[in-house]
Design a protein around this ligand. Structure first.
Ligand code: F0G
Length: 459
């Protein structure tokens, strides 16, 4: 008798546990008030289920911890570096591997080496730090996602794709002199954790190669992206995530990586490149800002954790569970009529607060309000991706963001199905009572990246 289970279980057992703290509604209300109604300012001890980010928040495996104990902390030429370098080379195929302390450090080095004032860097959608580093180097960060990316419920299997025709138009209008590199973010975090198809990666690569422009991947969630190609793109179901990831990397000239995501580590990243001259320039910058090129801002034990973690991220059993646990929450919410970005992506569920709270104008921050209600109701912490994050222009005026979303990002291998069931209960409760929610006003803010530190008050 063959048995085909319908339940996809966590592909691990738990040997070390970390208690989470239950609080009362009164305690949460006091904590949020003290935090200026800003979840970024909460102490994590006051949070029950923390979905602020999937970055650096994952659980490491016994093999990762074992590698960390046996690490080599030599300043130069450490054994741990060579293990790290060969894992990155085996998976990506890129020749030069520059370790960095996290993803944005790789972006900083790359943009400093490649972008000059007045130049344009296209991407499907820049992550905030990528955009900030392009702009810091004097360039313009241009987002070119396909049209479906901006419609929360438009069903498209690869909603992270780049609009290749728009890219071609940009390249022929501006030329190679004004476009120092083309980037593609897999999966597209700012666009809902949505995957990019191999076909799209190849098409972008072809445009870049024809024009002689370097093509660099933002590979933070490359393994989740490979899983979506495996399950959704015709002709790839028989390929392993590892083989698919290699096909994706082969299209590019290099990548930036935050190992805090699909490196399964708590800190770390890298810049990987094929071009010898560019790599040499980047190494010099790396020594200035990160450290010697065989540790680059990390300890030997971090290098070990990543060398092992990159392989674990490509394990099909892990990826099946990972993507399923996001879809599981998405399905429960969809059945109950809660609007969210569909299809669900690789690392997070994005709730559509504009659709849920039509009575709260964008500039009274509906997504902020819904997110705070999740915390007050159930101790759940997500993040607003809406007009608090994006609504302030450089001249200080306010403009509504394109979407009002609440991102609930899942740390890797941390929460179990009962946590997700609880989470669904909290969301459904807040959704049912949503007519009572009120907007917020900002009472204190910084001119840039205000969402991290702003203080707000309920209206
Ligand atoms: N690129 C993408 C697509 C990211 O999602 C992030 C980080 C980075 C680059 C920067 O990497 O944090 O290691 O410097 N995203 C986190 C998030 C912070 O919550 O989505 P980093």
């Amino acid at each position: 008798m063959t048995f085909t289970p319908r339940t996809i279980i966590e592909p691990f057992r738990i040997r070390s546990v970390e208690p989470i703290r239950f609080t009362t509604e009164a305690q949460r209300s006091a904590a949020l008030t003290a935090a200026g109604h800003n979840p970024f300012q909460l102490r994590s001890d006051d949070v029950l289920i923390d979905l602020l980010t999937d970055s650096g928040t994952g659980a490491m495996s016994a093999k990762q911890w074992a590698g960390m104990l046996a690490s080599d902390e030599s300043y130069a030429g450490a054994r741990s570096f060579y293990r790290f370098e060969s894992a990155v080379r085996d998976i990506t195929g890129f020749r030069h591997v520059l370790p960095t302390h996290q993803g944005r450090a790789a972006e900083h080095i790359l943009m400093s080496a490649m972008v000059k004032p007045g130049q344009i860097v296209p991407n499907n959608t820049h992550f905030d730090t990528t955009r900030a580093h392009v702009e810091h180097a004097g360039g313009e960060a241009r987002d070119l996602p396909i049209a479906e990316a901006r419609q929360p419920r438009a069903l498209h299997p690869f909603k992270g794709n780049m609009d290749v025709e728009a890219l071609e138009r940009l390249v022929s209008a501006e030329g190679r002199e004004r476009i120092p590199l083309i980037m593609l973010t897999v999966t597209n975090n700012s666009g809902g954790g949505q995957p990019v198809s191999l076909e799209n990666v190849r098409a972008v690569s072809a445009v870049a190669r024809r024009a002689g422009i370097p093509f660099i991947l933002d590979a933070c969630r490359f393994a989740e992206n490979a899983w979506f190609i495996h399950t959704r793109e015709p002709d790839h179901e028989s390929r392993t995530p590892r083989d698919i990831a290699r096909l994706v990397f082969e299209c590019a000239d290099g990548c930036t990586m935050s190992a805090k995501k699909d490196g399964m580590a708590n800190i770390g990243g890298f810049l990987a490149l094929n071009d010898d001259a560019l790599a040499a320039r980047c190494r010099t910058l790396e020594i200035l800002t990160e450290g010697f090129p065989t540790y680059g801002g990390m300890a030997g034990y971090d290098l070990e954790a990543i060398a092992q973690g990159l392989w674990e991220a490509l394990d099909p059993d892990y990826l099946r569970y990972r993507v399923r646990s996001i879809a599981y929450l998405g399905d429960k919410l969809t059945e109950a009529g809660v609007p969210l970005v569909l299809p669900t992506g690789g690392h997070a569920v994005y709730l559509d607060a504009a659709a849920m709270l039509p009575h709260i104008p964008a500039l009274e921050y509906p997504a902020w309000s819904f997110n705070n209600a999740l915390y007050l109701t159930g101790g759940v912490r997500g993040v607003e991706i809406g007009s608090v994050m994006f609504g302030r222009r450089p001249d200080g005026s306010e403009q509504p963001a394109a979407m009002e979303l609440v991102r609930l990002a899942f740390p890797r291998r941390v929460y179990t199905q009962s946590h997700v069931d609880y989470l669904a209960e909290v969301i459904l409760h807040v959704h049912a009572e949503r007519a009572q929610l009120r907007g917020y006003r900002i009472v204190e803010e910084q001119p840039a990246l205000r969402h991290f530190t702003a203080r707000l008050e309920p209206r």
